[in-house]
Design a protein around this ligand. Structure first.
Ligand code: E4P
Length: 217
């Protein structure tokens, strides 16, 4: 399973990259706004940190305008992945961009039928938002399982990119289902390494080692 960081905070991206925990990055207009940075500038900087896909989202609602924005964004770097919304115009844009080899992430997916449309449009990634579905009392993971089943039924190459991930449990459940990628805030990726028994074990090993009076170096 690939790990993407869902952030536009460069320091966090660098930290995960240095730890070998990063396969790509996803951004969205809200994350760009939160960073306070210039969109194109920050995408360029992120593309210099990871060689994996870096999703940059178009903001227009209409196909021709989306194509114009995508044209600007994909020139930033070879690993830019154009993010388009799951609308008819977004799907049309997806199909067109994929025809000339541009990576496309279709975002704001909340149903298996939407995911089916994205795969038929040749999307590189489909982004179902599990956290936002859970928030309204639906099951985000049920959606991931449904999409996995459908994509496998037809051998679609579109990768399932589990988005709106809020906790390590989301990561675990998505991995069990066989999702290809998950994108989460950096804090969730770092949380995956944590266990209270690991901390407790380290504490007691350190205490016992001190009793020996020895040193390795
Ligand atoms: C994915 O590409 C989105 O940027 C993101 O996962 C949305 O997450 P949120 O629901 O926590 O805003």
């Amino acid at each position: 399973m690939k790990f993407f960081a869902d952030t536009a905070e460069v320091a966090d991206i660098k930290e995960l990259q240095d730890a070998g925990l990063l396969d790509g990055v996803t951004t969205n207009p809200s994350l760009i706004s939160k960073s306070g940075r210039d969109f194109k500038e920050v995408v360029k900087e992120i593309c210099g940190i990871t060689s994996g896909p870096v999703s940059a989202e178009v903001v227009s609602m209409e196909h021709e305008q989306m194509m114009k924005e995508a044209e600007v964004l994909r020139k930033i770097a070879d690993n830019v992945c154009i993010k388009v919304p799951l609308t008819i115009d977004g799907l049309k844009t997806c199909r067109k961009l994929r025809a000339d080899g541009t990576m496309v992430n279709v975002t704001l997916c909340f149903s298996a039928n939407q995911a089916l449309l994205a795969a038929k449009a040749g999307a590189s990634f489909i982004s179902p938002f599990v956290g936002r579905l859970d928030d309204i009392g639906h099951s985000g993971m049920e959606l991931i399982a449904d999409i996995r089943l459908i994509y496998d039924n037809y051998d679609f190459a579109t990768e399932i990119l589990v988005a709106s991930v809020r906790s390590p449990m989301h990561v675990l459940d998505a991995a069990k289902i066989g999702a290809d990628v998950m994108t989460s805030p950096p804090s969730v990726i770092k949380q995956l390494a944590k266990h209270t028994l690991t901390d407790k074990g380290l504490e007691s090993f350190a205490a016992d080692w001190a009793k020996t009076g020895q040193s390795i170096l």
